[in-house]
Design a protein around this ligand. Structure first.
Ligand code: FAD
Length: 197
């Protein structure tokens, strides 16, 4: 994905937000709010998030809860996250709670003080992690977590089958173009397309 760095007055690091770094994401949204303060209605500020993985979906939800008009564009035709389990620290769980995901986390996760990693074929123990001196980890099925978060975004703001191809920055707007020939104009574009971002 091309560099997504400076849009209008807002400078974003060209960075994929880690699943464990939602607080900085929220801080960036707060900065965006200040930079766009000349507008009365936050929902008139259109944020486009490229990528509907864990980061893009959570970021979309955070922007939505903050009052922005946010649209998430995912290249796949469905939200079917691969992978088995996902774990995150208690501080990440607190951020999820602040986004209204507390009930979801309680329902689909459990807390653990250890993690055990084994090879898939021989079941040989590869790694054992002991978190007993910490608050532990929150563990859940990754696909379930992603499905729950995706379900909280308005259906017309989560766009599937939209493979980002290019963008063009105008004076105040950025026009994004997708592989299917469609386009979308946004005030702010955030790349959350994973390791290739
Ligand atoms: C084996 C393994 C275990 C892990 N375990 C954990 C863990 O326990 N806890 C944890 O916090 N992290 C874990 N991670 C790391 C975690 O998976 C990543 O940090 C996380 O997936 C990053 O999320 P993301 O949304 O940034 O990227 P991704 O999950 O890669 O999502 C990117 C999304 O962007 C979409 N996309 C890509 N290109 C385009 C395009 N051109 N147009 C539109 N959409 C596009 C993709 O289809 C995808 O849906 C693990 C990683 C691995 C490999």
């Amino acid at each position: 994905m091309p560099q997504l760095k400076s849009f209008g007055n807002l400078s974003l690091e060209n960075k994929t937000f880690s699943a464990l770094a939602f607080s900085p994401c929220c801080a960036r949204l707060a900065s965006a709010r200040k930079l766009f303060r000349i507008r009365d209605n936050l929902d008139s500020i259109r944020i486009a998030v490229i990528g509907g993985g864990v980061t893009g979906l959570i970021l979309g939800l955070a922007a939505l809860r903050d009052g922005y008009r946010v649209d998430v564009f995912e290249r796949s035709d469905s939200i079917t996250d691969v992978g088995a389990g996902i774990s995150f620290d208690i501080n990440a769980a607190k951020v999820f709670e602040s986004l209204g995901l507390g009930d979801v986390i309680d329902r689909i996760s459990y807390r653990s003080k250890t993690s055990t990693y084994r090879t898939h074929d021989t079941n040989k123990l590869k790694l054992f992690l002991d978190y007993s001196n910490t608050s532990g980890k929150v563990m859940c099925l990754r696909a379930e977590f992603v499905r729950e978060v995706a379900g909280l975004l308005p259906k017309d703001q989560l766009h599937l089958g939209k493979k980002f191809e290019s963008l063009q920055q105008h004076h105040k707007l950025v026009t994004i173009r997708f592989k299917d020939g469609s386009s979308y104009a946004a005030d702010l574009v955030i790349g959350a397309d994973g390791i290739n971002s």
